[in-house]
Design a protein around this ligand. Sequence first.
Ligand SMILES: *Cc1c(COP(=O)(O)O)cnc(C)c1O
Length: 369
Amino acid sequence: MSVFDSALAPIKALTPYLPGKPVEELERELGIAGADKLASNENPLGCSPRVHDAIRRASEHVQLYPDANGFYLKNRLAARLGVSPAQITLGNGSNDVLDLAARTFLDAGTEAVYSQFAFMVYGLVTQACGATAQVARAFDASHPQPCGHDLGAMLALINDRTRLVFIANPNNPTGTWLARDELGEFIDKVPDHIAIVVDEAYFEYVDVPEYPDSLNWLPAHPNLIVTRTFSKIYGLAGLRLGYAISSPELADLFNRVRQPFNGNSLALAAAEAALDDEAFVAHSRETNSAGLRRMQEWLADRGIDFIPSVGNFVSVRFGERSPRVYEALLESGTIVRPIANYGLADFLRISVGTPAQIDRLFERLEPLL
Ligand SMILES: *Cc1c(COP(=O)(O)O)cnc(C)c1O
């Protein structure tokens, strides 16, 4: 019994975020080398080669604090996105920005709304603020977007205590997505004093004409916060840099709440270089689209159920065999991600790898089916 027990009950109730198994850990455990990590939705192509030079140059000045305002990166992002630099908030990964939104809007007695099966971090940051989560039932297995966000159910949970709504588009771990019309209508219906986070971590990967660019809704909706990241298509997950685009009013609030140097100097330099290499991004997108199509076709051909995805991953229903399939893949050198912690114990989430990694995945999976 500790003196902290009652005061910190909400914190003790938190379940720590469960990351994918690091490659080094698996290789150490199994005494192997060259494992394929398809567990954390990282870019299997690495990052732009320009990033390495940028980091090398920036490394000569690591004794200095980083530019606390990320002047150059914000300007470059603003020009690229057609917004003003005053609308951008940088974060130590977009997870940091999600946390900033929670800390800005939530405290005990207030509520956040998000969907069942939504990205785990929404629940973590909500609970860490002592706020109450209202979790909307997701679509069922027979819906065209199985396990996807049901915006009607989310709207029904909004009440006087609601301060924040989290939407992932597309969502991780389901890969489900919301079309322009339905999401636009939802944003119109949410009262202006409630902040809406639209988490677009996989924005650059999505290859569907009806997928919206949420930035178009910013001028009419000063309560909207769009989050994106350098962790996914840009291949900089290890450097931790994400950002929000919002009204200048909200960006000003986040700027008060954030840690002063929440984007480090190597990450800032790397992100600028990564943003400029449009050919690398295009190549990553094409490789992913082809790999995702190949994986989904392979599964469909074998009658294996999966949630149709527009991200760089697909969640596959192996049913009761899921833990065994996970272990067997691990032992043969492919790390995938169990998602039982999302209430999806029947599924394993598999990131889209390089063509060679996908070949090996199929080879290793075939005998297990
Ligand atoms: C990967 C991911 C993020 C990005 O996290 P970072 O902190 O930017 O690395 C955000 N949201 C979702 C839904 C994700 O899957």
